[in-house]
Design a protein. Structure first.
Ligand SMILES: Nc1nc2c(ncn2[C@@H]2O[C@H](COP(=O)(O)OP(=O)(O)OP(=O)(O)O)[C@@H](O)[C@H]2O)c(=O)[nH]1
Ligand SMILES: [Mg+2]
Length: 260
């Protein structure tokens, strides 16, 4: 595929993000011609998030909006957004502005250049602008990444990062089955079972404190540990896991044939 013709879908899961969602959308729209669509899934927010998205979407045709009637978790929102995505490259953008949309071109660059099929933006690879926050939260991130690496045999530095970018053929066949924040683990476990070439790119991190709206907690960390075991040791050997790996590999092989 010609480098110039690759298009980008940005998936934005949003739960009670009325203070930041409009700014996120404006910063994403500033990405310019690479942008094919911004898919926002409001996850049953109880605040004005949905109304604000709708207001911007009436003026901006690149924004596609779906509203889940009940709060179902980030994974459910991404499952829905993934089904809707039509771009060649797909990336996740959280709605809370902890990650800066202006760094998306850096994150997808290895895919655009043809080196990578998957890119994670890492908060720990090289420290760029990074707010100093909770040590225990950092420790949880490092421990989960370590456990995941033991089972995937991939030397990653930040599996819980929001910035995960994929060639569409690698991620579209994946039917997410976890809940809560499980997608970060599930995707990492299953994508590393495929032949996808994975890269990392350093990113900035404008973390927020719990007082400012951070919601992830200890229980999410415990669940992530269990998910790491389940999605690495059990799921790849189930029919659904094998089907996913086969479909992703078929898509990668087809692309290689097209490009050679
Ligand atoms: N917490 C939470 N976030 C949701 C949910 N559904 C969608 N989201 C969105 O998922 C994204 C990530 O949620 P955050 O609470 O910021 O958690 P995180 O960024 O993964 O984790 P930390 O920032 O490290 O705590 C945000 O854009 C949320 O709006 C949900 O049910 N709960
Ligand atoms: Mg966040």
């Amino acid at each position: 595929m010609n480098v110039q013709t690759q298009t980008l879908s940005v998936l934005v899961p949003a739960f009670n993000e009325e203070h930041t969602i409009v700014q996120v959308l404006h910063r994403l729209l500033a990405l310019g011609s690479v942008l094919k669509e911004i898919i926002v899934v409001d996850d049953g927010s109880g605040d004005r998030t949905a109304e604000q998205v709708q207001e911007v979407a009436t003026r901006e045709p690149l924004i596609r909006f779906r509203r889940l009637t009940t709060n179902s978790g980030k994974t459910a929102a991404i499952r829905c957004a993934l089904e809707m995505a039509t771009g060649d490259i797909i990336i996740v953008q959280d709605a809370d502005l902890e990650y800066d949309p202006s760094e998306i071109p850096d994150v997808i660059a290895p895919i655009v250049a043809g080196h990578a099929d998957v890119v994670y933006g890492s908060r720990f690879l090289v420290r760029r602008t990074t707010r100093v926050l909770y040590f225990y939260h950092y420790l949880a991130n490092v421990s989960l990444t370590f456990l995941s690496n033991l089972l995937t045999n991939r030397n990653m530095s930040d599996i819980e990062t929001c910035y995960k970018a994929f060639r569409a053929g690698v991620i579209k066949p994946l039917r997410l089955t976890s809940s809560g924040f499980g997608m970060e683990i599930e995707i990492t476990a299953l994508v590393t079972k495929t032949n996808a070439r994975t890269y990392e790119v350093p990113i900035s991190y404008y973390g927020r404190s719990y007082e400012e709206g951070k919601k992830i907690g200890t229980w999410d960390g415990v669940m992530a540990g269990l998910y790491i075991l389940y999605y690495n040791i059990v799921v790849p050997y189930l029919p659904a896991g094998r089907r996913y790996v086969a479909e992703a590999n078929a898509s990668l092989a087809a692309r290689e044939r097209r490009d050679s």
